[in-house]
Design a protein around this ligand. Structure first.
Ligand SMILES: [Zn+2]
Length: 495
């Protein structure tokens, strides 16, 4: 595919609105707002992920779903909002399969630490967070995701200090404000240092408290209906911060409620040593014993897998969230994504929390994944289209939503990104190459269920500057709350 995205002018009529030589994705609807129930995107290259790529065509959206797509001009559709996608590549919205939104408030700390050193430095800072910190951090984190082409994201929140407000509700409120499809994971830790775990006792909860709060979160928020904007998962934090009983009970609860399971696994070699020492087996053996392999489970990272682990993941449909920037930042290693894909395992993409990946855009993670795999296995290890597929359909499979999101097909939800592949990127004929190989291109439009969340590189669901400011305020508030508790955070370097 190629050649068609830099050509062509505006469509007919209404030149007062789009007489700007086609360099922005122009809306021709009367209001120009983002909530038309019917939209036609035209003059656009399309990489639908499933089905043939379209050099220059259209996407027709009605009532939040894709009605049709194809080569050539779009349908008449009187009254529809029309978006001129000249110079743009349309892809499915990206799916972020692992995050800790609260960490927006603790970026730039413990810069040169290993995972265990970094966690040990930050647990006591995080213990000071409250609902206001989480709301501000989540607003910034979700805004940043939207600006990098994300339409569906998870969040793994696992620290619930007592008396600090409803942290889970705070991030859900932020997701509603920004307008992303949200899969918050009610996380937990019950194995503090006194029980042989890594976190200090002050940040863990008891098993009965965790199970009650998790069930309550599912009952209050989980929406299993088609097109759902909010689904809850159950997510004990990691083998080194959670008891075997919690893992087992959490799996039973999730399966009784019909929700998915998520946890960190095989992120570092320290974790493998910890498991061998304390559980007498590898992390994946441990998970298997606890009933934690299956098509309703996805793990964050899965870097240090043995051959038999990859085979077990593929055979059971267990998913993995690949987070290359975070793995690079913490020196954790390079996941065996190329081999996992070859074996048929489910792999999605994730940015991980901003404290370990800093300002990572999800769109940029496609490039990181491509480069990491090639650095490890050679230039044929991962193609641009494979990178796009794990960022979209792979993520949808991790979340059990491949029937609704992850590709552009008639009947699927209208979660769509228009990437600007003109301008500097126009010297690349293949727009998918332009999207994945280089710096993340500007985002002309992000639609979630057909609604505009981002237009011309700016958030439209909330005041554009407000999200970034909310994140900075959350950072300052967290450090102040930590200082009130006697935790002094050095502004940079190891803390
Ligand atoms: Zn994580």
């Amino acid at each position: 595919m190629g050649g068609g995205v830099a050509q062509g002018g505006s469509t007919d009529g209404d030149s007062g609105n789009n007489g700007n030589n086609g360099n922005t994705a122009v809306t021709r609807s009367a209001a120009g707002g983002g909530h038309a129930s019917e939209t036609v995107i035209e003059n656009v290259a399309i990489a639908p992920v499933t089905g043939p790529e379209i050099t220059r065509g259209y996407l027709h959206v009605r009532d939040g779903r894709v009605v049709a797509l194809g080569e050539g001009p779009g349908p008449e559709a009187p009254g529809a909002e029309r978006i001129d996608g000249t110079g743009c590549l349309a892809t499915p919205g990206l799916v972020n399969t692992h995050h800790h939104l609260y960490q927006w408030a603790s970026q730039g700390l413990a810069q040169d630490a290993t995972l265990f050193e970094w966690l040990t430095a930050l647990y006591r800072v995080w213990a000071a967070m409250d609902a206001e910190v989480v709301k501000g951090a989540a607003t910034a984190g979700l805004g940043w995701l939207a600006l990098s082409g994300c339409t569906t994201t998870t969040d793994h929140h696992y620290i619930f200090p007592k008396g600090r407000g409803d942290l889970f509700a705070a991030e859900i409120e932020a997701a509603r404000d920004i307008g992303l499809r949200f899969h918050p994971c009610r996380g937990s830790m019950d194995r503090g240092a006194s029980q042989g775990g890594l976190p200090p006792d002050e940040v863990v909860e008891s098993l009965p408290e965790i199970l009650a709060a998790t069930a309550e979160a599912i009952d209050a928020y989980h929406d299993p209906s088609p097109g759902s904007m909010l689904r809850v998962a159950v997510a004990p934090c990691s083998p080194f911060s959670v008891s075997a009983d919690l893992m087992t009970e959490a799996a039973a609860l999730a399966r009784a409620k019909g929700v998915r399971l998520h946890t960190h696994l095989c992120e570092t070699l320290d974790e493998e040593e910890h498991c061998l020492e304390q559980m007498g087996c590898t992390p994946v053996d441990y998970m298997e014993k606890l009933g934690w392999l299956g098509p309703d489970v996805w793990f964050a990272h899965a870097v240090h897998l043995h051959d038999r682990d990859i085979q077990r993941f593929a055979a059971t449909g267990t998913g993995s969230a690949h987070c290359p920037s975070s793995n690079g930042r913490l020196g954790a290693g390079i996941a065996r994504v190329s081999e996992m894909l070859r074996e048929g395992a489910v792999v999605g993409l994730g940015v991980d929390g901003a404290a370990s990946s800093e300002l990572t855009p999800l769109g940029g993670e496609m490039r990181q994944a491509l480069l990491f795999q090639r650095a490890r296995y050679g230039p044929a290890a991962l193609t641009a289209r494979q990178a796009l597929e794990i960022a979209t359909l792979g993520g949808a499979r991790c979340l059990g939503r491949a029937d609704e999101i992850g590709s552009l097909e008639p009947g699927k939800l209208a979660d769509i990104v228009l990437w600007r592949v003109d301008g500097y990127a126009a010297a690349v004929d293949d727009p998918v190459c332009a999207l994945v190989f280089g710096a993340q291109p500007p985002v002309a439009r992000v639609l979630v269920a057909g609604r505009t969340v981002v237009a011309d590189g700016e958030l439209r669901s909330v005041p554009h500057d407000a999200a970034g400011r909310a994140g900075a305020d959350a950072h300052r508030r967290l450090l102040r709350l930590a200082a009130d508790r006697g935790i002094a955070v050095r502004p940079w370097g190891r803390s």
